[in-house]
Design a protein around this ligand. Structure first.
Ligand SMILES: [Mg+2]
Length: 439
């Protein structure tokens, strides 16, 4: 079996005006659907970041991918690792995910590309063998993968533009009451059992109040986490950690409260000195294997948020799981706006990682049926989990009409990269700048 064709489908997916410390989500999130065809007539698919940067990185490997045996994933990574080595001069000065949104970080370019090709190859192999992707890498350690209710502050609007605007399912969310309401709505619909609030948007006391309101409403059986994306100073991080000590206990965590591993380590030391064992989680201070030793050495991170999309694919998640087990670290999973192909990739990746014991993040509730590109429409959750079935590959196939609609939307857009700061300036406050720490 050889790969005979690589197709890249850039698409735009309607997205509401969600807030984070990076700024504001644009009316459409950009994604790329990757499709490989094999000489035996099998199609394998994956979903990755969208826009010019990720597309160019995939175009750059086209001649290496076409003709490749989809089983030879290790040598494909060797090739990309060598390319990465050559480009070091370009990326060494690159700023990390502290500043750049996932998908726009030059340091992840090759692991992102590897993931997009690897997952499509695994999907094709699974479809050729009639086995699910998880079985190709050792089999699943869980039959269902729990996801968390991922809450955001947001302005009014459901995403999309003009005649293509989506219904505003959750309305404006800028108060503790609205946060609780959106959480109730999401839990009623999907059955999630863990809750995450994207913070770093309102002053810390408002966000503390939101977490306390969630605890009051849902009780201690729903673990809580808050992620301000580095918006706080070390002092503020320690203060919030102190004030939310009981709310973030019982399986919760404090995610990337401040920027940098040294800052995280100081927050940890100061909280521990007060007898506060709230673990710190990160998808900013730790974004690749090279960051893990420092996370352990400094104790700046106790829970690593994996993500098959930028850590290198599903097999890299397994390596990370093994590493976390050896180092005594916890593991969770980070998310970006995505559709069903990514959701199934995340579910299969989580299903094969024994160390991944926290419910994974997902933006899936923020997207709608109108944008879904898999046959049969949106993936169903059962009690907050995605069930890993025995369907071959990732268990989903493309609805080509829906892909074409996504590409049509993409072609009409004036932007080709995610820029939350520009969106914030355009729609909310022309003077807004991302400042770290803000509080
Ligand atoms: Mg995060």
């Amino acid at each position: 079996m050889r790969i005979s064709e690589l197709k890249l489908h850039p698409i735009a997916v309607a997205d509401g005006p969600l807030r984070s410390s990076y700024g504001l989500h644009a009316p459409y999130a950009l994604r790329t659907i990757v499709e490989i065809k094999t000489t035996d007539g099998i199609t394998g698919i994956s979903e990755t970041y969208g826009g010019d940067g990720p597309l160019a990185a995939l175009e750059a490997v086209r001649s290496r991918v076409v003709g490749m045996d989809p089983f030879q994933l290790a040598s494909f990574w060797q090739y990309l690792a060598a390319e990465s080595e050559k480009e070091k001069a370009d990326t060494a000065g690159g700023r990390s995910q502290t500043w750049l949104v996932p998908g726009e970080n030059p340091l992840d370019k090759h692991t992102r590309t590897n993931a997009a090709i690897e997952v499509a190859c695994l999907d094709a192999i699974g479809k050729a063998l009639g086995r699910p992707v998880c079985d190709l890498v050792g089999g699943k350690v869980r039959d269902r993968v729990p996801f968390s209710a991922y809450l955001f502050y947001k302005h009014a609007g459901g995403g999309g533009m003009g005649a293509d605007a989506r219904d505003d399912e959750y309305g404006e969310i800028l108060t503790p009451e609205a946060v609780v309401r959106s959480c109730r709505q999401m839990i009623n619909q999907y059955g999630f059992k863990e809750i995450k609030l994207k913070g770093g948007v309102l002053p810390p006391d408002d966000e503390i109040a939101a977490i306390k309101a969630l605890r009051a409403e849902f009780g201690p059986t729903f673990p809580l986490r808050i992620d301000p994306n580095c918006a706080w100073s070390v002092d503020t991080s320690v203060r919030v950690g102190r004030e939310l000590k009981s709310e973030l206990a019982d399986g919760g965590y404090l995610e990337d409260p401040c920027a940098g591993m040294d800052g995280m380590a100081e927050v940890r030391r100061r909280l521990l000195a007060e007898g506060n064992k709230t673990p710190l989680a990160s998808n900013v201070a730790t974004t690749c294997f090279a960051h893990v030793p420092e996370a352990k050495r400094t104790d700046g991170v106790q829970i690593i948020l994996s993500d098959p999309h930028y850590w290198g694919g599903i097999r890299s998640q397994q390596k990370l799981s093994d590493l976390c087990e050896v180092l005594g670290l916890g593991m969770s999973m980070h998310s970006n706006n995505h559709l069903g192909v990514s959701l199934m990739t995340m579910a299969h990746a989580a299903a094969v990682c024994p160390s991944l014991t926290y419910a994974c993040d997902t933006h899936y509730p923020w997207q709608t049926e109108m944008d879904e590109v898999v046959v049969g429409g949106r993936i169903k959750f059962e009690n907050g989990s995605v069930v890993i079935s025995d369907k071959p590959g990732l268990g989903v196939t493309l609805d080509y009409d829906q892909v074409a609609r996504g590409t049509e939307r993409y072609n009409k857009l004036p932007y080709r990269k995610r820029d939350d700061e520009a969106e914030m300036q355009q729609h909310i406050d022309p003077t807004w700048k991302r400042v770290l720490p803000r509080w």
